[in-house]
Design a protein around this ligand. Structure first.
Ligand code: AMP
Ligand code: MG
Length: 692
């Protein structure tokens, strides 16, 4: 990415409004490069192109000036409606050196050639008059549009017709187009000029406009930073991080004469790629289990998820009213102390404390202080003022005596001491100090959190975007609830359950429907989902049998990790990344699907959503049942509390949905063997501990 400049040599010390360039590879921007003049920049660019071509890499070369003029200009100047003919014309006629260039004379020359009157170029920045180049807009004639179609859509651009004045880009365009023409000549056939030529050559020249990601640039520019340097780095990084499909859509533009700004109309995608908090992709091996282990203990599997999964949702800023339940993306710092100034905690009378032991009489001062209507004056020593709850303490008051403890009459207030200095008042900042960090990233915002944020002066917060999680049911036998079901068919119970569980987990459920046991249909559905959601839960087909198409498909794509967890209920889980999106292939049995979702998917989704690792809380209670448990697997029993004891469902059958509905939580039995008798302590995890 190059920030071009039409100005003269800017000296040896890096400074703004100079030429800046930045190379980004694979999403990482290198240090921005300061180029003091156009000669140096051209040499630097030619070397970069030569190096990249030699290394067999492709290069997307972005410049921040228009690649074309408004429609009609190319034909008027060169006789052909071809923007590349204008590039050649500029290269032929522009005289350029680090000390200066002939852009004003060239603008005058073009205006004279067009012969319609003084214009379209304007603004003579020189002392001498230039034939055909008006100093201002008075009397100027412009037979073309003032702006290109792209500029009409991009607010805040300068026109290519303006040759001088602060921010003008006329000279940048002329010197820039001449540069591009020469670079194309140095590497014949290697440089494609987008969008005039297809972007299929090793080097593609694109027009960019850093203002498209201005909020990111502003957020990243610290005191002492050079904005141009931050800009090139941000744009280069963003373009380099774009998904190929997204970049493809941005490049799919028809603008044969005027050119186009890359990313215009796709600002959200560009911003997401530019965002400094944009999360990195998950590691490819994030679900890999240690080799050689036959059955992985639940705790080992959980530790592995905890270790490998990272947040995948980017940030956005929301007003407080829209932020409930969202995950904080950045620490929240108090803009103002709470309370902001000392005030009274009660209705009463304020004075300078302390008050001595025994009867006290103070003359009343004229006026009062109420919340929102403070007393402007000073309360003289030895006097008291009427104060109402929440009112700022005026100068001369640091102590308040309660209404209930006084008698008032004849311009005086009387009460019995002693009263400590500061009694019945609130100190400024006694709750929260200004600048204090009140909430940490990862926090799920509660109503009280929103009150706290509001109280310290913020109207909006940076939160993570909701994690979108798709739910897909698989199986030839599955039909839609309420529909006609033939013999051998069963209603889809899992999908509505999983979607509802996700809603309770505070992520955004996305219904991906049902697919039969057909690999192509499943592949197509997952492909579609990968662009839309950030995680997928499937149910059914996750084992290693002939009809287990979820695991088969993931295996075929080289993405399957078959998890054989020492857990009951739950057969193997199929985990994998589908186009970078984690897929949790859950068992089809509703009981196993629910337990695996609670135990594995919920904490994993919490990490992906940025809220950190969540452990459900549990309580130890006496068992109301007897059971002999074999060693080797952790077990979860459908359970509920009655009279302080844990009852378990009459059957452990994994297809018994009625037991799930009967239960109010799970009893967790540790991996080892155990003989449980009524009254023995067991661990009970209420469903509410999982957020259900
Ligand atoms: P599978 O894991 O595909 O072998 O399925 C195990 C059992 O779960 C089978 O009896 C399926 O019919 C049942 N099953 C699979 N998907 C669902 C679903 N969405 N709703 C209810 N039961 C299901
Ligand atoms: Mg099945």
């Amino acid at each position: 990415m190059v920030d071009w400049s039409g100005g003269n040599d800017t000296g040896s010390a890096p400074r703004k409004d100079a030429i800046w360039a930045c190379v980004a590879r694979e999403g990482e921007a290198e240090a921005p490069v300061y180029l003091r003049n156009r000669d140096l920049a051209e040499t630097w660019l030619a070397e970069l192109i030569a190096d990249e071509l030699a290394a067999g890499r492709r290069l997307c070369l972005g410049f921040d000036f228009p690649f074309g003029y408004p429609a009609g200009f190319a034909r008027a100047l060169t006789g052909r409606a071809d923007p590349l003919a204008v590039w050649a014309w500029m290269a032929e006629h522009l005289e350029d050196s680090p000390a200066g260039n002939n852009r004003f004379d060239l603008a005058g020359q073009i205006n004279r050639t067009l012969g319609d009157g003084p214009g379209p170029f304007w603004f003579n920045g020189l002392k001498r008059e230039i034939d055909g180049l008006p100093r201002g807009l008075d009397g100027r004639v412009n037979p073309f549009a003032e702006r290109r179609a792209a500029e009409a859509q991009a607010s805040g651009t300068f026109t290519c017709w303006q040759m001088g004045g602060a921010g003008a880009v006329g000279g940048q365009v002329m010197t820039g187009l001449a540069l591009l023409h020469r670079l194309r000549g140095r590497f014949p056939g290697q440089l494609a000029a987008w969008p005039f030529e297809p972007a299929d050559r090793p080097v593609v020249l694109v027009e960019t406009w850093p203002t498209l990601i201005d909020t990111v640039v502003r957020a990243r520019t610290g005191p002492g930073d050079i904005r141009d340097a931050v800009q090139v780095s941000a744009v280069a990084g963003a373009l380099s991080r774009l998904e190929p499909a997204t970049l493809g859509r941005m490049l799919d533009v028809t603008a044969p004469e005027e050119g186009w700004i890359l990313g215009l109309g796709h600002e959200a995608a560009l911003m997401a790629a530019a965002d400094p908090l944009a999360p990195p992709p998950l590691r490819n091996d994030c679900f890999a289990l240690p080799a050689g282990v036959d059955w992985t203990p639940v705790d080992a599997a959980l530790a592995l998820l905890r270790d490998r999964l990272t947040p995948v949702t980017g940030p956005e800023t929301l007003p407080l009213g829209a932020a409930l339940g969202r995950v904080l993306a950045a620490p929240v710092t108090a803009l103002r102390a709470n309370p902001p100034q000392p005030n009274t905690a009660v209705d009463g009378y304020g004075f300078a404390g302390p008050a001595p032991d025994g009867p006290v009489r103070l003359p009343l001062c004229e006026g009062r202080s109420a919340a929102g209507a403070p007393f402007g004056g000073v309360v003289p020593a030895g006097q008291a003022l009427r104060v109402l709850t929440g009112a700022a303490l005026p100068e001369g008051v640091d102590t308040v005596v309660l209404d209930e403890d006084v008698s008032v009459g004849r311009g005086q207030v009387a009460f019995h001491g002693p009263l400590k200095r500061g009694a019945n008042t609130r100190r400024a900042g006694e709750d929260v100090a200004e600048g204090e960090v009140i909430l940490q990233p990862g926090r799920v915002l509660t109503p009280a959190d929103l009150a706290l944020i509001a109280a310290v002066g913020l109207g909006e917060v940076a939160v993570r975007r909701p994690l979108k999680v798709g739910v897909l049911s698989t199986g030839d036998e599955i039909v839609e609830p309420g529909a006609e079901a033939g013999p051998g068919q069963i209603f889809d119970a899992n999908r509505v359950m999983l979607l509802s569980m996700l809603a309770r987990f505070g992520v955004a459920p996305v219904d991906l429907g049902r697919v039969p046991d057909d690999r192509d249909a499943l592949r197509e559905r997952l492909d579609g989902a990968a662009g839309e959601v950030q995680a997928v839960l499937t149910s059914g087909g996750a084992s290693a049998g002939d009809e287990d198409h979820v695991s088969a498909l993931l295996r075929e794509a080289g993405a399957l990790q078959e998890w054989r967890i020492a857990l009951k209920p739950g057969r193997p889980l199929a985990l994998g990344l589908w186009q970078g999106v984690p897929v949790f292939g859950l068992p089809g049995n509703p009981v196993a699907a629910m337990v695996c979702t609670l135990i594995f998917a919920r904490p994993a989704l919490g990490l992906l959503a940025g809220r950190g690792w969540q452990e459900p809380w549990a309580i130890e209670v006496p068992a109301a049942f007897a059971k002999r448990k074999k060693p080797g697997r952790r077990e979860y029993l459908r359970a509920r509390l009655r009279d302080g004891r844990a009852e378990v469902f009459k059957s452990e059958g994994s297809g018994r949905i009625s037991g799930l509905s009967w239960a109010e939580g799970l009893v967790e039995l540790a991996d080892g063997g155990r003989e449980i008798r009524p009254g023995d302590p067991v661990r009970f995890l209420p469903f509410s501990a999982f957020g259900l």
